[in-house]
Design a protein around this ligand. Sequence first.
Ligand SMILES: Cc1cc2nc3c(=O)[nH]c(=O)nc-3n(C[C@H](O)[C@H](O)[C@H](O)COP(=O)(O)O)c2cc1C
Length: 217
Amino acid sequence: MELIELMQSQWTCRYYKTDPVSDDVLERVLDAARWAPQGGNRQPVRFVVVRDAEKKRQMKEWYLNPWNAYVAAARQGGIHIGSETEVKIPKMLSDADYFANHMDEVPVWLVVCAELAEIHPTDLDLGRPPVVYGASIYPAVQNVLLKARDEGLGTALTTLLCHYEPQVKAMLNIPDGIATCAVVTVGWPTKAFPKRLNRNPLSTMTFNESYGTPLYS
Ligand SMILES: Cc1cc2nc3c(=O)[nH]c(=O)nc-3n(C[C@H](O)[C@H](O)[C@H](O)COP(=O)(O)O)c2cc1C
């Protein structure tokens, strides 16, 4: 499959079979993470692979607290979700709600972590929330998502469990100095991948020389 087709069909998988993911395929998926760029080539990303049913159940319980608050606010219109062209928001929310309530049944969870001392953020003194920390982390996660798609595996990149970082760190023996950055669920999807994701047109995100000046119509 062409790289662009992988990208265009790499959706957030909400429905999974309970069939196991073999060690071999998981190793290939995780190995893709190594090739991502990170500042200074300092390689701060770590993954804790969790397959244990009780740990997943506990993490799902934690996840459901912020999720239930989020979905309630989104249904009342209090949180903006979806793109300009999105027409399926109720379906999106019900799929994500199903996922939240069954995510412990997904065979593999990747708890994505980062060694903070190995990241050199260049935007700490700007008086706004820093975003450069993530620039050394999420390219590796994207590599994992794409390689999983290439293997026919479904994934969901989630961040709500970061609210429970102290509890997750205690449960998984994650030491001080390491942040939790995401959970990626990995398993075999029950549904076919979409042909193409719903995204805004290129013209909405690209500018010519000056922010706001259209590059493409
Ligand atoms: C930074 C980030 C955080 C996300 N966190 C969650 C999450 O906590 N729970 C969830 O169900 N989906 C989460 N998602 C998935 C998005 O909801 C999803 O990518 C978006 O709705 C587009 O859907 P698609 O990937 O299927 O096209 C997250 C995605 C990103 C990039």
